[in-house]
Write a protein that binds this ligand. Structure first.
Ligand code: ZDP
Length: 379
């Protein structure tokens, strides 16, 4: 069963999955783009801007993070998401203020830290300012970052581009509320000036230390907040001479605090909240069965992973420790080779002596006790 925890950073929301156990990590290659779209669908699924996996580290970090947008695409980094990851790990492992995590991402090593007031401060790394590193076809301009004018939906927009591992285009405007976000956001996301598509940010400078943004995200559309976007926007505004080195950045979902000293080699610092909302289990119907050896192996997210070492990795149900009490409520799923025959016998005995109401109470009690342990007790 796919167990997730719902978290958000200023309304930018994610399904968090603890896949730090090797067998669960192996099973995650069944998380196909199509399944992510289903999970993130706000009507037919759970609903989220994306899915975030906490995975075993590969290059000496504390944990590896993979993020998937609601459309199933895999970006390099996420700002609100890494704060949610820090909060999720702290809630799961019982960590307190001062805890820092060396997180491996496709954008390099990122370091969130839990602060006394419960917010998370993140060393987001240095910005990407060379066109090929963003990537963009815009040439570097006088402000020291790629900039220029782009024709979009019949308008000529003055834009600047910066990367935080993922691409961002920043458009200073007089009034963000007056912007046609749906029209311009969607068009700019796929503009040829951005070969890997891009996140789109309209920014209004209220004062040099107070900015206001609206966001259209690559692979997610309009969102209430974008952490990497707020960082890229402060960097662009600083280089364009529109902002100070530190600013409060207001997003539709709330404010972030962003700081950057203007030196291209210096890290950008982001501080803000992250909140746990609920835990859940996804039904087999929503997860969707995929017989072993089916095509889904080829459309799994990471082809390289498809070439698995052992049969166990080919069957996520086999690879995961089966908790008959929650998984086999409708009868044992692997009667031929139940990985825990003893558990199966207990499950069968439980079924024989319990009414449906008892079983439903049991299932909800177990979910509630786990959620309470994580959100209240920690660990
Ligand atoms: O680069 C992208 O495709 C983004 N949509 C990734 C998600 C970014 C995020 N919203 C953030 O806060 O940086 C999570």
């Amino acid at each position: 069963m796919f167990h997730f925890s719902k978290y958000h950073g200023l309304g930018n929301d994610f399904l968090m999955v603890d896949a730090r156990a090797d067998e669960t990590a192996a099973a995650m290659d069944q998380l196909t783009a199509e399944r992510i779209q289903r999970l993130c669908d706000r009507r037919f699924g759970v609903g989220a801007d994306g899915v975030i996996l906490a995975l075993p580290p590969q290059v000496g970090g504390d944990v590896r993070m993979r993020i998937f947008n609601a459309d199933g695409s895999e970006p390099e980094m996420c700002g609100n998401g890494i704060r949610c990851l820090a909060r999720f790990l702290a809630d799961s492992d019982g960590d307190g203020p001062g805890q820092r995590w060396q997180v491996e991402t496709l954008a390099g090593r990122i370091v969130p830290e839990l602060l006394d007031d419960g917010t998370i401060r993140v060393d987001m790394g240095a910005p990407f300012l060379r066109p090929e590193s963003i990537p963009t076809t815009l040439e570097p301009g006088p402000a020291g970052l790629p900039q220029g004018s782009l024709e979009v939906a019949g308008m000529t927009l003055q834009v600047a581009a910066a990367g935080m591992g993922n691409p961002h285009v920043v458009i200073p405007v007089d009034d963000v509320e007056a912007v046609d976000l749906e029209g311009l956001g969607a068009a700019l996301e796929v503009h040829p000036a951005f070969p890997a598509r891009t996140n789109v940010h309209f920014v209004q400078v209220l004062t040099p230390s107070h900015l206001r943004m609206r966001v259209w995200e690559r692979g997610a559309g309009p969102t209430l907040a974008c952490g990497t976007g707020a960082c890229a926007t402060l960097v662009a505004c600083r280089l364009l001479g529109l902002s100070a080195t530190e600013a409060r950045v207001d997003l539709p979902g709330g404010p972030l605090s962003i700081a950057w000293d203007g030196d291209p080699a210096s890290p950008v610092w982001m501080s803000g909240p992250a909140v746990g909302v609920f835990d859940g289990l996804v039904t087999p119907e929503l997860w969707g069965e995929d017989p072993v050896g089916s095509d889904s192996e080829t459309d799994s997210l990471d082809g390289a992973v498809a070439a698995r070492p052992s049969a166990a990795a080919a069957d996520p149900v086999e690879a995961m420790a089966v908790d008959c009490a929650t998984v086999c409520v409708n009868g044992c799923i692997r009667p031929d080779a139940c990985p825990s025959a003893e558990a199966r016998a207990r499950a069968m005995a439980l079924l024989e002596r319990s009414s449906l109401d008892d079983l439903l109470t049991l299932a909800s009690d177990s979910l509630e006790s786990r959620t309470r342990a994580r959100f209240v007790g920690g660990g």
